[in-house]
Ligand binder design. Structure first.
Ligand code: FES
Length: 106
């Protein structure tokens, strides 16, 4: 599968990944600007906030209570399609995941 990151400045970056790849970790490894991930993926910092594009919304597991609580703390606007990218792993059977990065993580 491919993860497409849409940056707030309009830049678009496609990264090929394996099934199970973590959306936050992939961005960090590829130096995608706009994801900070201060807590390293523990759902404790809210600086890995992304917005799921419509075709991607149904792909991931539901928001856990811990993620829900941290989503209250995101720096940019919280939207219905807001998620913490550290909690998103690419499932099997999906060709493309598209996430939009917020303007700010702090
Ligand atoms: Fe900290 Fe996702 S990396 S909440």
């Amino acid at each position: 599968p491919t993860i497409t990151y849409l940056l707030a400045d309009g830049t678009k970056t496609d990264i090929k990944v394996d099934v199970g790849a973590n959306v936050m970790r992939t961005a960090i490894d590829a130096d995608i600007p706009g994801i900070v991930a201060e807590c390293g993926g523990a759902a404790m910092c809210a600086t890995c906030h992304v917005y799921l594009e419509p075709e991607t919304e149904s792909v991931f597991t539901a928001i856990s209570d811990v993620e829900e609580e941290m989503l209250e703390c995101v720096a940019d606007d919280r939207q219905p399609e807001s998620r913490l990218s550290c909690q998103l792993n690419v499932p099997a059977g999906v060709d493309r995941i598209t996430v939009r990065l917020p303007k700010t993580q702090s």
